[in-house]
Write a protein that binds this ligand. Structure first.
Ligand code: PLP
Length: 713
């Protein structure tokens, strides 16, 4: 098992009896254990909410009286004992899936590189699905006892917070984070000085220090160039996630790839497997080759050697997600490398030569594909699309033989599951359901959950969402400067008893947030039907440089503000992991309508399914594999169509299914207790079929068996 290098300070002024809360605050294990969360919110729930679930701030600010009351409350202390006994047991990791299944082979370490990690709302170093997947991967690796260490960047300002102006324009707010308030610790040497690594560019060197974040048993190391000795420009390298300035962007990726390898070496890790989560980290291949060349291994041999234990996951067929750089930028940032590798510039560029209308490029996914033996896409259809997309790299192979496999994404179940659902599962799925998350036999017991209990939890979660939206609106309103129409747009008229559809994701144009508005008249007549009203809640950020994405938000927001919709269309600002939890737990239907086949996998619908929310989606990515005709609904067909035709036929299908199937199933066929039995049956079918398969439990095991173990031989 990997070990943490740093000791968390326990500098909180806490009563002795509950001192270890300070320790818990420094391990994200608490974020996926509802009883551990309770140890904080039970002391002062309002403060806990106000501080956005930040335990460090909470322990510093909580009142003396409240904390003493907890330390003297018998029930609190019992909970405390139980949580810490679980925590200690967990960290000891005596018996895990990994040690059971693989014994010594499980001692091989995997290094997992990612530009973003979505672990918790208080640590905003993620922008969307890619980061959340990386965060879920670490949590699951921890649960399975897999020796894994994460590498990423520590962003001084994190990703932006979103405000929507009265006219629907997205405003990006970037605020410096205070790292003292986050559960990150600087890695120090014996003398107490910062441990630093250096990354060399042709004209300069850049230093970075290293932060450690604990994710259960897994350490995550985050590089940070905001050091006095760096130039102001280099200090900015880790200021923000995804600079659009390509000069900064490439230097960021050099820092992640090259700096990441150097950091691991410096910290004394010797990984057997190197996993690149998307192409951003692909420069790690060059650094690994350079190490061998420096030891006297010829370049070709070095490449062959490192390729064996590199693993690369491609996450999107969309060009914006596949970084490539003009060659002048490569000259400017990497020209020192070809000498060190003992090759010419031409040979160097050949490692990743791509082509765009505007000229030749150096492509990060090509570099990663060429220098990894393990390669995968993130759903079956995405595998097919990727093999077609990259076939030119294997000109002698037929498209189906292009060596890119697929491992469909999953989500970390304990992170996304509502506490009340968890209690239901504890009661009806058998004691060890959490240990057997990916076992379909566990989930076949979902049919035994009594309809009224399941429905009561569903209604509770929807009320929670509605009241959360109301409370946020109230807070904004009280700050002043909020137009009444914005209050309505942000949910002031939400009704917790109405059929509610959620649509939340990044606002990239291919996700077609406006598809549901294709025929506005028809939509309005559907949502305003007497006795059968419907609400739709939208949320999502656009990348600050994505003008079409921001225009799309504006288009949605302007419609949301119209009086005719009766406040039943809502846009919630600042989609993050906290809001995501409320939404995937609280709505009735999770809608997703990307233009196929651009959604490589998608994961939010999986989070929804485990909470008893039904999916209503295009047959793209994961849903194409999950949909069985009775566990949710499909939009459009399982076919590839041209964009224009697809937009039209998907919109028609969306209205049709909504009108003829979804709305009637929700409102009719209710029993004497007013429970829609057909609906509840569908929820159980969704729990039974979706939850075991689309969990990171299944996913990380697949990575181990199909990619990590072969790579570590
Ligand atoms: C899960 C999640 C995503 C990814 O959702 P998709 O279905 O892939 O669009 C994006 N953002 C947040 C905050 C999430 O929690």
């Amino acid at each position: 098992m990997t070990n943490f290098l740093t000791t968390p300070p326990n500098h909180f002024d806490l009563p002795r009896r509950i001192r270890r809360l300070g320790e818990l605050a420094y391990n994200l294990w608490w974020t996926w254990n509802p009883y551990a969360q309770r140890l904080f919110n039970r002391i002062d729930n309002e403060l806990w909410e106000r501080l956005n679930h930040n335990p460090l701030l909470f322990l510093r600010q909580v009142g003396r009286m409240e904390i003493n009351a907890a330390a003297q409350n018998q029930y609190y202390l019992e909970l405390y004992e139980r949580v810490f006994s679980d925590f200690d047991e967990y960290l000891k990791a005596a018996a895990t899936w990994c040690s059971h299944t693989y014994n010594d082979r499980c001692k091989k370490l995997t290094a997992y590189f990612s530009m973003e990690f979505g672990l918790h709302e208080t640590i905003p170093i993620y922008s969307g699905g890619l980061g959340v997947l990386a965060g879920d991967h670490l949590k699951e690796a921890s649960d399975l006892g897999l020796p894994l260490v994460g590498i990423g960047l520590m962003y001084a300002e994190g990703y932006f917070s979103q405000r929507i102006s009265e006219d629907g324009w997205q405003e990006a707010i970037n605020q410096p984070l205070n790292f003292d308030d986050l559960p990150v610790l600087p890695v120090l040497d014996k003398e107490g000085n910062l441990v630093k690594i250096t990354v060399n560019f042709p004209d300069r060197s850049v230093n970075a220090c290293i932060w450690e974040l604990r994710v259960g048993r897994v350490p995550l190391y985050l590089l940070d160039t905001d050091l006095d000795e760096n130039t102001p420009n280099d200090r900015k390298l880790t200021a923000r996630l995804y600079w659009s300035d390509i000069d900064l962007r490439i230097a960021q990726e050099v820092l992640l790839g090259v700096g990441g390898v150097r950091a691991l070496r410096k910290l004394g890790y010797t990984p057997s497997v190197w996993h690149m989560n998307e192409g951003h980290a692909a420069f790690l291949t060059l650094e690994r080759a350079r190490e061998l060349v420096a030891e006297g291994v010829p370049f070709e041999k070095a490449i062959q050697k490192i390729r064996k234990n590199n693993v690369f996951t491609t996450h999107t067929p969309v060009p914006a997600g596949n970084d490539e750089f003009p060659l002048w930028l490569i000259d400017k940032n990497l020209s020192n490398y070809w000498g060190e590798l003992g090759i010419s510039r031409d040979q160097f560029v050949d490692l990743a030569r791509g082509k765009q209308a505007w000229g030749e490029t150096f492509s990060m996914p090509i570099l990663a594909l060429k220098l990894s033996e393990g390669r995968n896409a993130v759903s079956e259809l995405h595998g097919r699309v990727s093999r077609r997309m990259w076939q030119f790299l294997w000109p002698d192979e037929d498209v189906e033989d292009v060596p890119i496999t697929s491992i469909t994404n999953g989500v970390h179940t304990p992170t996304w599951l509502a506490r009340r659902m968890r209690v239901l599962f504890d009661k009806y799925l058998g004691e060890d359901w959490l240990e057997r998350l990916d076992d379909p036999a566990v989930w076949s017991k979902a049919e035994h959950i009594p309809d009224d209990e399941l429905w009561a939890v569903r209604m509770h979660l929807k009320r929670k969402l509605a009241f959360y939206a109301l409370e946020r609106t109230r807070q904004r309103w009280m700050k002043g400067g909020y137009h009444p129409i914005q209050a309505i747009a942000s949910g002031a008229m939400l009704d917790p008893y109405v059929l509610t559809i959620g649509f939340a994701r990044r606002f990239a144009t291919y996700k077609r947030a406006n598809l549901v508005f294709s025929d506005l008249e028809r939509l309005l007549s559907l949502i305003n039907q007497p006795n059968y009203p419907v609400q739709i809640i939208f949320a999502g950020k656009a990348h600050p440089a994505d003008e079409p994405g921001k225009l799309l938000i504006q288009e949605v927001y302007r419609i949301v503000k119209r009086a005719e919709n009766g406040g039943r269309l809502v846009f919630l600002e600042d989609y993050d992991m906290n809001l995501a939890r409320y939404l995937v737990q609280g709505v009735d239907v999770w809608m997703n309508n990307p233009r196929r086949p651009n959604e490589a996998s998608g994961t939010s619908g999986m989070k929804a399914a485990m909470n008893g929310v039904l999916n209503f989606s295009v047959l793209d990515g994961w849903w194409r594999e999950a949909y069985n005709g009775s566990n949710g609904w499909a939009i459009g067909e399982d076919a590839d169509l041209d964009s224009d035709i697809q937009d039209e036929s998907d919109a028609a299908s969306l209205y049709e299914v909504l009108e003829k199937e979804i709305i009637p199933l929700y409102y009719t066929g209710r029993n004497a207790e007013n429970i829609p039995l057909g609906w509840v049956a569908k929820i159980k079918e969704s729990l039974r079929t979706v939850t075991p398969q689309f969990s990171t439990r299944r996913m990380v095991k697949e990575y181990v068996e199909r990619l990590y173990l072969p790579a570590s031989k």
